[in-house]
Every structure is written in structure tokens, then in C-alpha cells.
Design a protein around this ligand. Structure first.
Ligand code: OOG
Ligand code: NI
Length: 485
């Protein structure tokens, strides 16, 4: 396994320590990506399409792949669905060893799934710069399964599942308690190998076909979670520079692309996240039959996804996004029009100019003292309290939008739904109305389980922006830099 990731100029050159969390995360995502490529060959094809598109996009800008910040070259996200609270607790301990911590609460009850979860991801600017790999991780909420019989069936099957090998648990214990220095490079290799087992696909179900069908009828997600011995990764998602070109590329190369891109429409100033996928394939599965006779069946779960990431928006920016999205969905349902066209029309209301987005407080920015200005800090004519607009105008400070590192539950639902194999007759889905109050309660439950508060992603972006302003303040020797109106 390669010990160093491809880096561009500014990156580290010394050999990272084997137990460095950022390094472990990078090795892990590389190994996971390799495994998924062999399990789902279409994912390999998708990665090829992304590389072609990005190369072409960069060429048109007079650049090559090597000019991209290193994080781009290995950037991915994945998703897993867990069955029990114990599994969630243990995965959070494993991810912490790889420098990934819960960010954001996602109540998927709002989109009709008996699940809730969080994104495990790096939180610091430095770790994100090295490798922002994140895993959208959900856990089943048996209380949301409407049939008592199915609920009992699901919990009893899950109660005997062992996702984590004893070697892995031992390594996690050690990483948490002893000085990391005591762990060797070989231990690190084992951690990766043992971790992959959690995410690996098993074509042999742990239940009889009849049980699978009962669970699937209740909700396909429940069957996907309960009937297999692992928490197979259900997709892996590379980042691209031009998702419209990847969508077209998938279609022209015969990949079963979903018909539309989720998220905001194409814009000059990309915000949040745009995603599309190729549809999950029907895979052969053998189910436990009578007297050791396996019965053949199929399961639809695993797919490949691609995303284009834009800027992180403020609370105000998010409210505007949610409101416009709801309006667009409502209009295209009512008017039965091409939803992409409606989306574009409705989003004309969302400013599409960085300067306006910044001044209106819709997007978060990372501020920096301009390179040639830092040495003269303190000697320039500015003192006391200065407005950021003045510093930007005079070229003392520069800014760039902060990248959105998280997820969008409505987009997730769009992707989920196109990958469920069309099952919609379940008992659970229709009943999942949720209230804000309930959502708060379930969030607290998940936090209790993880033993820590789940920060809101927006608060983290706010902090990054504020820290960058403070850094400028200190470098320029100002008492205050004023943001906002
Ligand atoms: C999670 C889907 C969420 C995304 O990109 O929005 C996600 C799942 O399918 O379990 O990965
Ligand atoms: Ni995804």
C-alpha cells in the first residue's frame, strides 16, 4: 500500500507516522476505493469518467490534474447504514482513530426512512486540506418500524451480528488508551485490513429469503440493513469539477445514470452540493434455505455517485436554499413541468455573484492577508477597527469561499429513492411524519449514544470564517475587523 499520497508543491514531504489520524484516513479511503472498484466495476468506470472530465476541464483552463490541491485527487465520500446503537458507538470510535468526528444531525424520518445519523468527517482546516473523506453514517431506528412483528424480527436478527472483529476492537482500545507511539506500522496495517471487513459486500444473506422479503416489504432500507453480515458500503462518491459533463459522460458511456442531478441548479458561483449517481444494480444473493440449501435471490443496494462541491452557505443562505428548493418542488409537481427548468427559474432569486453573496451574508469565506502585505503588518496606514470591505478593496486581505463539506438530506432522499429498486408499498414509509420537537429529541438520543454533542455544520463554518478573520486581525495588528453591515 502506498505510504504517501500524491501531493502538490505545498504539501508535506516527510514520512507521516503510521498512526497519524490523517494518514490512516487517507490509507483507509484508498483501500476502500480499491475494494469497491473490484466489487462494483461500474464504480471504476465512473471514476474513469470523472478523471477524463476533470482533465478536460483543467486543460481548458490551461492546467492539469497535478495543479489541483492534493485533497481533490483523493476526495470521496461514502455511506453506510448500521443496525444497532452498539454498532454506531463502535464505528464512532473507529472513525475517531482516523480523525473523523460527527458533524451535523440528519433526521431521515423527514424523507420517509426509519433512520437517523451524522457525517463523520475531519473538522479542522488542516485535516480537511489533507483529506476531507467523510462517511454519511445512519443507524436504524426500530421505534419507527410500524409493524411490531417486523420490529421484533429486525432487532432479534441484529442482536447477534458482530460487525467488528476482536482484533479491530483490541486495536481501537489500544489507540484510545495507550500512547499511539506504542502502536507499530504493522498494527496500522491491521487496522485498515480489519476495518475493510465492516464495509465489504457479502453475497450471502444471513437470513432466509422469506425473512428478507418480509423486511423489504416493510421498508427496503430495513432489509438492506438487517439481512447481511456486514454494513456494506452502499456507495462511494468522487468529487468532480464539472458534474454536468460527468452526467453526460455516464450516459454516453452506457452507465445507468439517474435522470437528474440533485441539489442547486448549475450556477456561476457553485453553492452546497450537486450530486448524481448511476443506479444500484440488482445483485445475486444467496439466502439461507431449508436444510442447508441456499436459495438464489437478488438485492439492490450498491451504486456509484459523483458530486460537485460548492461554497458553504450561512444559516440565512441555507434558509433561502431550502425555501427555493421547496418552491421548485411544489411548482414542478403542480405544473408537471420539467423539474430542472423550474429549478433554474426559481433559483434565479439566489444571488450568483461572489461579492453579492458575501455582502449579503449568504456564503462563508476564508479571509487571508494578501501575501505581499503580511511583512508590512503594523506599518500600513490602518489602525483600530476596520471594515472587511475596506481591507478587501485595498487588496490588504483576500477571500475565497469555504467549501461545503457536508450533505443535503433532500438530495440524499433523491439518490436513495432512485436506488431502492422501486419498492414503495412498505408500511413504514407513509407514516413517518416528524415534528421539530421530535427531531430535537432524537438528536439528543444520538448524541447520548455517541457520548458527545454533534456540532452543527453551519457553526463549524462560522468558526472557520471567524478564525480566519482573527488571524488577519493579528497579522495586521488591528484591534478589530468588522464583518457584515
Ligand atoms: C446515504 C445517502 C446520503 C449523500 O450523498 O447524500 C449520501 C445512504 O444512501 O445511506 O451519501
Ligand atoms: Ni452520497
Amino acid at each position: 500500500m502506498p505510504s504517501a499520497i500524491p501531493q502538490n508543491g505545498s504539501a508535506l514531504h516527510e514520512e507521516p507516522k503510521p498512526w497519524d489520524p490523517d494518514h490512516l484516513r487517507t490509507r483507509f479511503v484508498q483501500a476502500l476505493s480499491e475494494m469497491y472498484r473490484t466489487e462494483v466495476p461500474l464504480y471504476g468506470k465512473l471514476v474513469d469518467v470523472v478523471n477524463q472530465v476533470d482533465t478536460t476541464t483543467l486543460q481548458s483552463r490551461g492546467q492539469s490534474l497535478n495543479d489541483l490541491p492534493s485533497r481533490f485527487q483523493l476526495e470521496r465520500h461514502g455511506a453506510i447504514r448500521l443496525g444497532t446503537q452498539q454498532e454506531m458507538r463502535m464505528i464512532s470510535r473507529l472513525f475517531a482513530v482516523m480523525g473523523m468526528f460527527p458533524v451535523g444531525y440528519y433526521d431521515l424520518k423527514m424523507v420517509g426512512f426509519p433512520l437517523h445519523g451524522t457525517a463523520f468527517r475531519p473538522q479542522t482546516e488542516e485535516s480537511l486540506r489533507k483529506n476531507p473523506f467523510r462517511v454519511f453514517t445512519t443507524v436504524l431506528r426500530p421505534d419507527l418500524i410500524s409493524s411490531p412483528k417486523v420490529r421484533e424480527m429486525a432487532t432479534s436478527i441484529l442482536s447477534t451480528r458482530q460487525l467488528f472483529s476482536s482484533r479491530l476492537i483490541e486495536l481501537i482500545d489500544q489507540a484510545e488508551t495507550s500512547a499511539l507511539a506504542n502502536l507499530t506500522a504493522e498494527d496500522a496495517n491491521n487496522l485498515i485490513i480489519e476495518s475493510l471487513k465492516i464495509f465489504k459486500w457479502h453475497s450471502r444473506s444471513s437470513v432466509p429469503l422469506e425473512t428478507y422479503l418480509t423486511l423489504k416489504k416493510e421498508h427496503p432500507m430495513v432489509a438492506d440493513i438487517v439481512c447481511f453480515p456486514s454494513a456494506h458500503i452502499n456507495h462511494l462518491t468522487p468529487r468532480t469539477l464539472d458534474i454536468d459533463a460527468v452526467q453526460a459522460g455516464m450516459i454516453s458511456q452506457g452507465l445507468p445514470a439517474k435522470d437528474r442531478i440533485e441539489g442547486p441548479p448549475k450556477r456561476k458561483c457553485e453553492i452546497l452540493l450537486r450530486q448524481t449517481s448511476f443506479k444500484a444494480l440488482e445483485e445475486r444473493v444467496s439466502f439461507a434455505g431449508d436444510a442447508d440449501h441456499a436459495i438464489d435471490g437478488t438485492h439492490t443496494a450498491r451504486f456509484g455517485e459523483v458530486e460537485q462541491r460548492g461554497a458553504a452557505v450561512t444559516r440565512k443562505g441555507r434558509e433561502l436554499y431550502d425555501a427555493l428548493l421547496a418552491k421548485a418542488v411544489g411548482r414542478s409537481e403542480k405544473e408537471d413541468k420539467d423539474s430542472d427548468k423550474v429549478l433554474k427559474e426559481v433559483f434565479a432569486e439566489y444571488p450568483d455573484d461572489w461579492e453579492v453573496l458575501r455582502k449579503e451574508g449568504l456564503v462563508y469565506f476564508r479571509y487571508r492577508v494578501a501575501e505581499d502585505k503580511a511583512p508590512v503588518a503594523g506599518t500600513h496606514k490602518l489602525e483600530g477597527s476596520v471594515h472587511i470591505n475596506k481591507l478587501l478593496k485595498e487588496g490588504v486581505v483576500t477571500c475565497e469561499p469555504i467549501t461545503y463539506e457536508d450533505f443535503l438530506p433532500f438530495s440524499a432522499a433523491g439518490i436513495f429513492t432512485s436506488n431502492l429498486g422501486g419498492e414503495k408499498d412498505g408500511g413504514t414509509e407513509r407514516k413517518l411524519q416528524r415534528t421539530e420537537e421530535e427531531s430535537k429529541r432524537s438528536r439528543v438520543q444520538l448524541e447520548g449514544l455517541l457520548g458527545r454533542k454533534i456540532p452543527s455544520e453551519i457553526d463549524l463554518y462560522d468558526e472557520l470564517q471567524t478564525d480566519s478573520v482573527k488571524e488577519c486581525q493579528a497579522l495586521l495588528g488591528l484591534s478589530e475587523i468588522v464583518l457584515g453591515a
